[in-house]
Design a binder for this molecule. Structure first.
Ligand code: HEC
Ligand code: HEC
Length: 285
């Protein structure tokens, strides 16, 4: 085998990852509790039967105190700028039917608990649907409007606003019946080693959560807080953006946002957080 520069830097990086993961102290989760606007948010729960974990922890429990505190107060939480914009967008008439979201959904609070059980089965399309899929179906089928791009400002704001209505509700996704096949597909993706670093999601988020990887404190990689406001992104990002970022970091070719692979993975990862509170919109570094 010809060893090029790329291989060498990948090897060097494998080393730094394994040193960082294997060699450093276990440092968390911490024991803070999260209360937002007087509401108790369950950031750890006993893992359900069959789980790879004993206890499930929200990513919030692995963040630095300053980052944690941004999520404890909606006035401090930078994601709420986007939530406010989405409230306006909700009343915006768009598309050939001349309708706004509010024309059919009189109050966003009608969406209570929707986020907690996503992705869910859609019998019409014969596949699971995410929140982005649901919103775009309303736009294209019911408003005669153009679909929003997965990572667009409007979509991120709207998924944050709709998701917020489930804040505090326990994550509970269907994994049996027609979802079973997708669950298995997501599980397989989760445990498959990929990329130049030849790692799977489980290497970091199952076997090494709680340890430091370079300067970052590894969590269980839960999705209960999405879309999240990441300080690094200076804005909101979707679950699929985060998946893509993790795949980029291990130098794997990432799947596309909205792809069947990422929808299956979203379902599987969501099921690993069953019982945790929805935290949308959360704040991470
Ligand atoms: C012309 C009417 C109409 C418009 C306009 C509309 N929707 Fe819907 N929406 C529906 C119907 C009908 C459903 C399906 C209701 C059901 O399944 O109970 C639905 C379902 C939903 C759901 C899932 C609700 C649940 O309880 O499962 C969400 C979230 C949603 N819409 C968001 C939006 C957003 C955001 C907009 C604006 C971008 C919008 N909708 C515009 C009619 C509309
Ligand atoms: C090399 C280690 C590594 C691998 C492999 C990896 N990740 Fe991550 N991931 C991280 C780090 C570091 C973070 C940021 C700190 C944290 O929350 O764990 C992160 C964050 C996340 C988060 C955000 C958690 C939160 O609370 O905001 C999710 C979700 C996630 N990863 C999913 C995945 C999935 C799915 C895979 C497999 C496709 C994967 N990761 C592979 C290192 C990794």
């Amino acid at each position: 085998m010809k060893i090029g520069l790329k291989t060498i830097s990948a090897l060097a990086c494998t080393l730094c990852v394994s040193v960082a993961v294997g060699g450093s102290a276990y440092a968390g989760p911490d024991d803070s509790s999260l209360i937002i606007e007087g509401q108790n948010i369950a950031t750890d729960v006993k893992a359900p039967e069959g789980s790879a974990f004993d206890q499930l922890y929200s990513g919030w429990r692995f963040r630095a105190t300053e980052t944690q505190s941004l999520q404890e107060d909606d006035f401090e939480n930078p994601a709420f700028v986007a939530v406010d914009q989405a409230i306006e967008e909700f009343h915006n008439v768009d598309g050939s039917a001349g309708k706004s979201c509010a024309d059919c959904h009189s109050d966003v609070s009608d969406f209570k608990d929707v986020r907690a059980s996503l992705p869910r089965w859609n019998a019409k399309t014969n596949k699971p649907e995410t929140l982005e899929n649901i919103i775009n179906e309303c736009r294209t089928e019911r408003m005669g409007a153009k679909a929003w791009k997965w990572e667009s400002t409007q979509m991120l704001g709207m998924t944050a606003l709709v998701g917020l209505q489930s804040r505090g509700s326990a994550v509970n996704v269907q994994t049996d019946g027609p979802m079973a096949e997708w669950f298995e597909r997501g599980k397989k993706l989760y445990y498959t080693r990929v990329g130049q670093l030849d790692m799977s999601c489980a290497h970091c988020h199952e076997n090494n959560f709680g340890t430091m990887i370079r300067a970052d404190h590894l969590s269980q990689g839960q999705v209960n807080g999405f879309p999240v406001y990441r300080l690094k992104w200076q804005g909101l990002g979707s679950i699929h953006r985060r998946f893509k970022g993790c795949m980029d970091n291990i130098r794997a070719k990432p799947y596309k946002r909205g792809s069947d692979e990422f929808i299956a993975l979203e379902l599987y990862v969501a099921s690993r957080g069953a019982g945790l509170s929805v935290e949308t919109p959360s704040v991470r570094n």
